[in-house]
Unconditional design. Structure first.
Lengths: 75, 483
């Protein structure tokens, strides 16, 4: 049985089909591993104490990095 | 540092990088003699270590002769004048094959030269060749199905760590004085730790990536490995700084790293420095022997004047997985054409890991990117207001053997690899600098290391603490017994 079949949705088959649409063939074993990775990554996001805010931009990370050396220095 | 003019240079490969550079500049050592000594050593040890993919002996000898002529002529010399280096085979040099450790790029000849190589050239370094690595720099152990596993000089049965496997082995074995690596999830710090070297992953953007093989543009950093912290500092100083050909390179000023090391040997060198030990994650589940070495290293830092405090830290298990999301998604995007056209040319492990990214929804990838500023903000606010640097492991276990980690694309792969990068990959996600410093040996005879992590662009402070530790612990460059 492929990973994810328990709830009636064969996620591995769905992922295989999705990736096959990009022209890349995937074996059933590889698809199972893909589903496991996906589940782990989704769990990581869900476990964050604060979900990223609506206004959070990707660019802000680089601004923070550029100025971050000074941040926190005032102990 | 020893006085180079007083050196009895029986084995010049045993010098540190800075000693070798000083000896050449002062005329006490010829660059050609040094290059010959390194090439002899490579010829003798390459069959045992498999750390080189290609040795460029003739070009290196010619460059060394030029270096000697420059010394004789009294020309102005760079900080690496005549010093033999070699680099991971993923940095492009115009007109020379760059395999990226792969079958797919076995005959790839780039038409441009990486900024980092050009900067080493300008500083006078002598390039001895191309070093082994994990296929496409995707793998933390040093296995490579196409070029063979690179062996750890301390014990060939054990892994070098990766992906900069050849960089770790070649520098530790005294074949070269320093090497470039790339670090997307620990690929500089892991081989440095496993091979008993200092290795730095600088802040994201500190070093130009122009002309370096891409894996994950959000996490890729170019770093260096050397036999001690001071040598590492010199190498990073040469390659750090803005580059108009890399839009993501930072314009933040580059410190004089070596000047910061001048009083590193003094008893109170770390007075006023607060070192934080995270309350969770990084020490969770750590091997007892490794924990003991790390505790002893904190004792040395404390004796040099540092204050050691416990500090809070966020959910870095999640941070580690978010890093995986970004690296796998970006890696898959880069490799998609080859995954389509020649999937059989990838090793099973690399193919399986790239495929894991190919199936990720774009929304998940973008959320992982979006969470990044919040998590960086959190560590700067909650952790780095209570300490100057973090003290964490590089590897949570003793360096494993090649057999123990030869998981290829099996079901065990994800768990085995995740354990190896557990303490390094979150730092890539956050873009922070991390320095790996050797702290002794576990009972299996393999090196162990501490990892010092700082605020963005605080590489100078990491070097200062690392060098103070080396002085306090009485460590010089230790070499494996290969003769």
């Amino acid at each position: 049985m492929s990973v994810g079949e328990g709830d009636g949705v064969d996620r591995a088959a769905a992922l295989r089909a999705l990736v096959a649409d990009t022209g890349v063939s995937v074996s059933p074993a590889e698809a199972d591993a893909m589903v496991q990775s996906l589940a782990r990554f989704q769990a990581a996001l869900a476990s964050l104490l604060h979900q990223p805010s609506f206004d959070e931009t990707i660019e802000r990370f680089f601004r923070l990095l550029e100025t971050g050396a000074a941040k926190g220095a005032s102990r | 540092m020893n006085d180079p003019s007083a050196l009895t240079v029986n084995d010049p490969t045993a010098l540190t990088l800075r000693e070798a550079a000083a000896a050449i500049a002062q005329g006490a050592l010829r660059a050609e003699a040094l290059v010959d000594a390194c090439l002899d050593r490579i010829e003798r040890l390459q069959p045992k270590l498999n750390c080189f993919i290609r040795v460029t002996a003739d070009a290196a000898r010619e460059r060394a002769r030029e270096a000697d002529r420059a010394v004789k002529a009294g020309r102005k010399l760079g900080p690496l004048h005549g010093v033999p280096l070699a680099h991971k085979d993923m940095f492009y040099r115009a007109g020379e094959v760059c395999s990226c450790g792969s079958k797919i790029r076995a005959a790839f000849v780039p038409d441009h030269t990486a900024t980092v190589l050009a900067r080493f050239d300008a500083a006078g370094a002598v390039d001895l060749g191309r070093l082994n690595l994990a296929e496409f720099a995707l793998g933390p152990t040093g296995h490579n199905d196409h070029f063979g596993r690179c062996k750890n000089p301390w014990n060939p049965e054990h892994i070098t760590g990766g992906s900069s496997s050849g960089s770790g082995a070649a520098v530790a074995a005294g074949l070269v004085f320093g090497a470039l690596g790339s670090d997307t999830g620990g690929s500089v710090r892991l081989p440095a730790a496993a091979c008993g070297l200092a290795g730095i992953k600088p802040t994201l953007g500190r070093v130009s990536r122009y002309g370096a093989m891409p894996l994950s543009h959000s996490c890729d950093c170019i770093g260096v490995l050397a036999r001690n912290v001071g040598d590492c500092a010199r190498l990073l100083a040469v390659i750090a700084g803005p580059d108009e050909r890399d839009g993501m390179s930072s314009r933040n000023p580059v410190e004089d790293y070596e000047r910061g090391l001048e009083d590193a040997g003094s008893a109170g060198a770390l007075a006023g420095v607060t070192i934080g030990v995270p309350s969770r994650y990084y020490y969770d589940g750590i091997d007892a022997e490794v924990a003991e070495l790390l505790a002893a290293s904190r004792g040395v830092l404390e004796k040099r004047g540092a204050k050691i405090v416990d500090v809070p830290i966020g959910d870095h298990a999640a941070v580690n997985d978010l890093a995986g999301t970004m690296v796998m998604a970006e890696g898959a995007a880069v490799h998609l054409p080859w995954l389509r056209e020649c999937p059989q040319d990838y090793s099973p492990q690399v193919r399986a890991r790239l495929l894991a990214g190919a199936g990720l929804p774009a929304t998940l990838y973008l959320q992982a990117l979006q969470a990044r500023s919040q998590l960086l903000d959190e560590i700067l606010r909650d952790t780095f207001t209570k300490c100057d640097v973090l003290h964490i492991p590089v590897l949570k276990q003793p360096v494993p053997t090649g057999a123990e980690t030869d998981v290829r694309g099996s079901a065990a792969m994800a768990a085995v690899l995740a354990q190896i990068v557990a303490a390094t990959r979150p730092i890539n996600y956050l873009g922070l600098p991390g320095l790996s410093v050797p702290i002794g040996f576990t009972r299996n005879g393999l090196p162990q290391a501490m990892q010092l992590v700082g605020r963005p662009f605080q590489e100078g402070l990491l070097f200062r603490i690392g060098a103070a530790y080396e002085a306090g612990a009485g460590r010089r460059s230790e070499r494996p017994p290969l003769n």
